[in-house]
Design a protein. Structure first.
Length: 273
């Protein structure tokens, strides 16, 4: 009996003491030696996971440029058939305004079978194929034929799965991709999350396999760079309009516009760090 009382006393002491390491210490255990983060080590993921309610119709129902900026910092979630979830923070977007926008798939207001999703309710996915191989994913907004291209994500959860999905689409033996290489481009993003043409016309507010949740670390105006879109060719004045938006200083962005950043810094929009 004395031994039993001693064990109970020890158990009581353990329960009453704060014997668990602080969260930061637990987070550091997940860091890999080369500096790349393991799937659960992102400083964002720990907070985002607590706020898992999806963004609803009111969020998507805003003008295209406004939506493109509002996407920055929000979280895209992809649930795989086996139940695993892939999470990524949106860090780069492009706005395509439809109608008068010469770079838009819906220029002139022309609706086709291919671009039908661009004319559907805000929050509808528009997925199209490029080069007959790769896919890009857009989200419809307010405005006839207007949509936002998701260009880059900062991976937060499921990095190993993303790496497998990316590697499966690459030819021949290749080196393992770094974290920042997983989703730093529109087609890479789709590969990493397993998004293909089957996702075209899906509703982000209702779909069981893909949705968005609010971000906890949303950027301020000084954190956003507005510059020209990429890969749209000769579209006259539309090629020069600042309709691409990205998070300044984020290494997961596909293409950094150093010239625009220098001009903004010189003009005092944000300070150089």
């Amino acid at each position: 009996m004395p031994r039993k009382r001693k064990l109970l006393a020890q158990l009581s002491a353990l329960q009453s003491s704060s014997s668990f390491p602080p969260f930061d210490a637990l987070e550091n255990l997940n860091a890999t030696p080369d500096g790349d983060s393991a799937p659960k080590s992102s400083k964002y993921f720990a907070t985002e996971k607590k706020n898992s309610s999806r963004l609803e119709a009111d969020f998507f129902n805003q003008p295209c440029v406004s939506l493109a900026r509002s996407f920055l910092g929000q979280i895209l979630v992809r649930k795989l058939p086996d139940g695993r979830e892939l999470w990524g923070r949106i860090v780069e977007t492009e706005a395509y305004l439809g109608g008068e926008d010469e770079a838009s798939h819906s220029k002139g207001g022309k609706q086709t079978q291919r671009n039908a999703a661009m004319f559907m309710k805000p929050g509808t996915l528009y997925v199209y194929q490029i080069y007959g191989i790769y896919f890009c994913v857009n989200v419809s907004s307010q405005g006839e034929g207007a949509a936002v291209l998701l260009r880059s994500l900062e991976p937060l959860q499921g990095l190993d799965v993303m790496r497998e999905l990316r590697s499966a689409s690459r030819k021949g033996p290749t080196k393992p991709l770094k974290d920042w290489q997983l989703c730093n481009g529109p087609s890479k993003l789709c590969q990493a999350l397993g998004i293909d043409k089957a996702f075209d016309q899906r509703d982000l507010t209702e779909d069981a396999a893909i949705w968005m949740v609010p971000g906890q670390d949303l950027p301020g105006e000084q954190d956003v760079v507005a510059t020209t879109r990429i890969g749209i060719g000769n579209r006259g004045e539309w090629a020069q309009k600042p309709l691409r938006f990205y998070l300044r200083g984020n290494k997961f962005v596909s293409v950094v516009d150093k010239k625009t950043e220098r001009e903004l810094a010189a003009g005092g929009q944000f300070s150089c760090s």
